[in-house]
Design a protein around this ligand. Structure first.
Ligand code: MV4
Length: 489
């Protein structure tokens, strides 16, 4: 494998190219007109313009990207996350053109893209799942009976959904039919597939996911968990590894379950198996993400592994060099997603010009970044600027370093989630480890940040006054000394 095309942009494109370069592999970037001067374009050995700014005219154009790959003699395509990363047709198109898709086979993508097919695939492997139906609902009256048997509230989920899309909660029996009608028509509109199923609603879960890696020789390992409960409307904001609630026994059990899920779909490469963990520490398989995830760096830090390197090795057909028994957890890692969003204004996108943009630097601070000072933030793509990642021997150390790193991250011109990161890191519920997926809803309000910013502004003003008064005092002393001196002469 001599040359890799990265079919993505921003921080993840650069992240993938960094490892390719380290391995002596040439890199090709693709870009849209608005990304002409973007950092991922400058970072690559070669770069090709593929279309206009909207992603359906550039980064989503599978055929065009394949053509570029062929023209430039590319051996493999890394899709990053988002865009074409979980597009089974694109994975197939790569193989049909003799280009290695750095990811699983299209069949595994397809199975995991359908929540019902996923449940069906893992059925024989004794994986715990939330009580519910395991087939698409066709008879609403029958489904209502099942729901009553499970007990309300229940969740209706779209089979083609995922990541929280196409979910609907039903609080009581009387609402069942109307919510079911809505869920089905929503699923038809959003996914062109009206298949829905029901599950018991787990009220206060944690979101724990397990990183897996599989080679083409039947070896599958897991690289422990990531705790991803700090999210807002299904968008993760803070992730960490390890989770502070898993015992070594539970960790081993969830890891084994994740490996079984990967085996159930003949998985190849890096994947993530998502679980819910309830208050009694029961875990349930939710879905599998068949890509490298945004939050992969926390796993890299605690396992001392380069996951992109492993992806590339596996794609080259190598046997996984890492054995399960060789893996252990070192220290603690924390990631904050730095979004161009205003935490004081309902996290609305805050696009604009990066007047000042200076990254924090230092030992145990990693910033996976896709932006530069002086750039405009395009409105066409995800508003994530970077990921701020800190590492410590202990969780407290990683949290303290995160607070410091946020202070040293200078951004002017737009609003970001940096102050929200400080809020999370300083919150008692977060520090104690006692939180669930409702953390943000339960604990966050803009006032929490506003009050702190006002206090800081007041302190700054008082310091300025103090300095002024001191200066006055020094001047007065100087004047009287001068007076005394001139009188003597
Ligand atoms: C659930 C659930 C409670 N009970 N399923 C949301 C994302 C998707 N992967 C599944 N999700 C959920 N499924 C049952 N039976 C609660 C969620 C959920 C959630 C899960 C993980 C992280 C954040 C979440 C936020 C709200 C709801």
């Amino acid at each position: 494998m001599k040359k890799i095309l990265v079919a993505n942009r921003g921080e993840i494109a650069i992240r993938v190219m960094r490892t390719a370069k380290k391995m002596g592999i040439k890199t090709v970037a693709v870009y849209s007109t608005i990304d002409r001067h973007a950092p991922h374009v400058k970072y690559a050995d070669e770069a090709v313009l593929i279309g206009e700014a909207p992603s359906n005219q550039s980064y989503l154009l599978g055929d065009k990207i394949i053509q570029v790959a062929k023209d430039l003699n590319v051996d493999a395509i890394h899709p990053g996350y988002g865009f074409l990363s979980e597009n089974a047709d694109f994975a197939e198109l790569c193989e049909a053109n003799n280009i290695t898709f750095i990811g699983p086979k299209s069949k595994a993508i397809k199975i995991m893209g359908s929540k019902l097919a996923a449940k069906d695939a893992v059925k024989a492997y004794d994986i715990p799942m939330v009580p519910g139906t395991d087939e698409a609902i066709t008879d609403i009256a029958e489904a209502k009976n099942i729901a009553t048997g499970i007990g309300f509230p229940i969740l209706i989920k779209a089979s083609a959904g995922g990541g929280g899309k196409g979910m609907r909660i039903v609080e009581k029996e009387a609402d069942f039919e109307s919510q079911m009608d809505r869920a089905i028509s929503e699923a038809v509109n959003a996914f062109g597939d009206g298949s829905v199923f029901i599950e018991k609603y787990v009220a206060s879960p944690r979101h724990i996911e397990i990183q897996v890696m599989a080679d083409t020789h039947g070896n599958v390992i897991h690289l422990f968990e990531r705790e991803c409960s700090i999210q807002r409307r299904h968008q993760k904001v803070v992730e960490e590894a390890p989770s502070s609630v898993l015992t070594p026994e539970l960790r081993a059990k969830m890891g084994e379950a994740a490996v079984k899920v990967a085996k159930a779909c003949n998985y190849i490469g890096a994947g993530t198996v998502e679980f819910l963990l309830d208050e009694n520490h029961n875990f349930y398989f939710l879905e599998m993400n068949t890509r490298l995830q945004v939050e992969h760096p926390v796993t890299e830090l605690i396992t001392k592994t380069d996951l992109v390197e492993q992806q590339i090795r596996v794609a080259r057909g190598e046997v996984l060099a890492i054995k399960q028994a060789d893996l252990s957890i070192h220290g603690h890692a924390l990631e904050l997603r730095v979004y161009a969003e205003d935490p004081l204004n309902d996290f609305l996108p805050s696009v604009g010009h990066l007047d000042v943009y200076q990254l924090p630097v230092g030992e145990n601070i990693r910033v996976d970044n896709g932006f530069e000072q002086g750039m405009d933030i395009p409105i066409y793509y995800d508003p994530m600027l970077s990921k701020l990642i800190t590492y410590g021997t202990t969780r407290d150390e990683a949290i303290q370093l995160m607070i410091k790193a946020i202070e040293n991250y200078q951004i002017e011109g737009i609003q970001t989630t940096l102050p929200f990161g400080t809020f999370v890191c300083e919150h008692d519920a977060f520090r104690s480890g006692d939180f669930d997926t409702h953390f943000v809803k339960k604990h966050y309000s803009p006032e929490a940040i506003k009050a702190k910013q006002e206090t800081e502004a007041n302190i700054a003003a008082l310091i300025a006054v103090k300095q002024y008064l001191e200066d006055q005092n020094v001047l007065r002393t100087c004047h009287s000394a001068l007076d005394a001196e001139s009188k003597r002469n």
